[in-house]
Design a binder for this molecule. Structure first.
Ligand SMILES: [Fe+2]
Length: 241
């Protein structure tokens, strides 16, 4: 299409979109336009105290890219999920330093008994040192949450499982170590649930416990080491009515 347009004998519709705008009274001859431009640059540089060539280069420089805004919702992530999801996922890559951890459970409807299939769980967490690490190529809320994040979708029996590392508490803070989570039921908006926290965490004080509202069922997980040195725990997620 492009080649055919370039060789067309049809009259040119006007100046190319990237060219200089034409004055309303008609095009100025090229040499006159250049002289006028040079004169304008010299005048500007006389005022600003710069070299005309430098100003010309600055004027030709492309505009800096517009700042990319972050998603309005700070904790959301379901909209960024890959198209194909499985009921099991890995949050931290296998090479990520830290103690290996596997959490599993069942997603139930609000009656706490009926398994809920096809529910998207979005998870993100700190690394072993308590930071949300970033590689610099994150998109969407990955720019907030870092690369230790993933998605899964409960299977037809409501089952889910994710492998990761034990998150570290925020450095110098008093927050219990935690894994953030949201749930998205088919046709429903994404909802934040209580973070996964771990029984025995010294920062899990009565004050903190009072802050947890049981959204998605209790997020307090008891961990046990298996024979292969992997921490394992279970949490059943109960959806809101
Ligand atoms: Fe956090």
């Amino acid at each position: 299409m492009g080649l055919r347009a370039a060789s067309s004998k049809a009259p040119h519709p006007g100046p190319p979109a990237t060219g200089p705008p034409s004055p309303a009274a008609g095009p100025m001859p090229y040499d006159r336009a250049m002289k006028a431009r040079r004169l304008l640059l010299c005048l500007l540089c006389a005022v600003l105290g710069c070299h005309p060539a430098a100003l010309q280069r600055a004027l030709r420089a492309p505009n800096p890219p517009a700042a990319v805004s972050l998603p309005e919702c700070e904790w959301c992530g379901a909209a960024e999920a890959p198209k194909k999801l499985h009921w099991r996922t890995r949050v931290a890559p296998e090479a990520e330093p830290g103690e290996p951890l596997v959490i599993s459970g069942t997603v139930y409807r609000s009656d706490g008994e009926t398994p809920a299939p096809d529910v998207i769980l979005y998870l993100y967490q700190t690394n072993d040192a308590g930071f949300y690490p970033k590689r610099g190529d994150e998109t969407g809320n990955g720019r907030r949450h870092g690369y230790l994040r993933s998605w899964l979708e409960s299977d037809r029996n409501g089952r889910y499982e994710f492998a990761t590392i034990k998150p570290g508490p925020y450095p110098g803070g008093s927050e219990p170590a935690h894994i953030h989570a949201t749930v998205t039921e088919p046709g429903q908006p994404e909802a934040e649930i209580d973070s996964f926290v771990f029984e025995g965490d010294p920062f899990l004080t009565p004050g903190h416990l009072a802050m947890y509202r049981g959204r998605g069922g209790s997020g307090i997980v008891r961990l046990a080491l298996d024979g292969e040195g992997v921490w394992r725990g279970t949490r059943d997620v109960v959806l809101e009515p």
